[in-house]
Ligand binder design. Structure first.
Ligand SMILES: Cc1ncc(COP(=O)(O)O)c(C=O)c1O
Length: 392
């Protein structure tokens, strides 16, 4: 897809207009029930859990942007992931990205394990690991790309091809990259999932999830799960998320340009012992990211010398939000053990190298010099040359 088409398609998804009156945004249909004047020739909608025009507009827009047959919007990213995991049955085994977000690991460990689903965590950017961990009952690879918090880059095309050769499905959590930067279905994946609470909705004010299937058969199963479990997104939230989607390319371009600037600055400061950002040419995932994605995204992580340095940094931040979410207009940080990976046990975090000196950053839409100055003042303060930013 040409760059201009990629941007334009977010505004003109074909779903943006009200089908009934041609209003330039889809209305929020709140009704739970639709009147069937002729019950033997029913209208398209029946009952809100089973289908809703506002939700459908958002779902169809995402399906087009991701290049799948059908999209399914859920009440959160976790419900989209839960619905996708419900495609599997007792006795099935899944290969899952080792450093994926804590919620995925928690639902697998404490819910799906009770229903007999087995999991092996692997670095999905290492094909040998996938090969060595595959079992006779393996049914799918679940990739989170880029990974979280270490921004490891999986070659989705390579993994999907390998998965297909063994008859496995490939599921991709594309939250970090969004369909603007990568379209996993066009690289061979079967299902793409998002926490739309993040970059897609983009303003830290909606909780939503979406899953898009490449083929009708998978779409059919997912629709059954969405309807049967009642985890679908509300019409109000579908409206809000759809509204955010239109500005995703603009926001992403700006945020990822600042992310690269910040990542480069961080590598210059001696207090920072490691920077994880695939946009850096020195990053081990740089080449794969450059080849398979249209950008490097707005997320990065870094390590400071010690947990004490992290505490000092937090005290000095003035603009930055500190907490679990990401992908909003404001720059935010998460401390994995307290926020995005709090759902893991201490041992699970240790096993994944998630220590208390790691900071994950979601770079926002502020002026890029202000973002760098903010972190320079907070981290590199003993040589503080950053200009002062007044508290807002
Ligand atoms: C990559 C990723 N996927 C899914 C989720 C879950 O999304 P939600 O918080 O909307 O349930 C998160 C949450 O942080 C996430 O980081």
């Amino acid at each position: 897809m040409a760059a201009n088409d990629r941007e334009t398609s977010f505004i003109h998804t074909g779903e943006e207009k009200d089908q009934a009156f041609k209003a330039v945004v889809p209305p929020v249909y709140k009704a739970t029930t639709y009147h069937h004047a002729d019950p033997w020739d029913p209208p398209p909608y029946d009952y809100a859990r089973s289908g809703n025009p506002t939700r459908q507009a958002f779902e169809s827009a995402l399906a087009k942007l991701e290049g799948g047959v059908q999209g399914f919007a859920f009440s959160s990213g976790m419900s989209a992931i839960t619905a996708a995991l419900m495609l599997f049955s007792a006795g099935d085994h899944l290969l899952v990205t080792k450093d994926c977000q804590g919620g995925t690991q928690r639902v697998l460990r404490d819910v799906f394990s009770r229903f007999g689903i087995e999991v092996s965590y692997v670095n999905t950017d290492q094909l040998e690991e996938l090969q060595s961990q595959r079992q006779n009952n393996t049914k799918a690879v679940f990739v989170e790309n880029f990974s979280n918090p270490f921004l490891r880059v999986t070659d989705i095309g390579q993994v999907s091809e390998w998965a297909k050769s063994w008859g496995l499905l490939t599921l991709v959590d594309n939250t970090f990259l969004t369909p603007y930067l990568q379209r996993p279905l066009s690289l061979g994946a079967d299902l793409v999932i998002h926490s739309a609470s993040k970059m897609i909705a983009g303003h830290s004010d909606v909780t939503a999830g979406i899953a898009v299937a490449l083929e009708p058969e998978l779409a059919h199963h997912l629709y059954f799960i969405q309807n049967a479990t009642g985890m679908a997104l509300s019409p109000d939230d579908a409206y809000q998320a759809f509204r955010g989607l239109k500005t995703l390319p603009l926001r992403m371009d700006r945020a990822q340009a600042s992310a690269l600037t910040l990542a480069k600055a961080l590598t210059d400061w001696p207090e920072v012992t490691q920077v994880y950002y695939p946009g850096l040419v020195t990053d081990p995932g740089h080449e794969t990211a450059q080849r398979t994605a249209n950008g490097f995204g707005a997320m990065l992580s870094f390590r400071l010398e010690s947990p004490d340095r992290v505490r000092e940094m937090v005290k000095r931040l003035r603009l930055t939000v500190i907490g679990a979410g990401f992908g909003g207009a404001e720059t935010s940080i998460s401390l994995p053990e307290l926020h995005c990976h709090a759902a893991l046990t201490r041992e699970e975090r240790f096993e994944r190298g998630i220590t208390s000196n790691i900071v994950r950053v979601s770079v926002g839409l502020e002026n890029s010099a202000d973002i760098v100055a903010e972190f320079q003042r907070a981290i590199h303060f003993h040589q503080n040359t950053a200009r002062r930013i007044p508290r807002p």
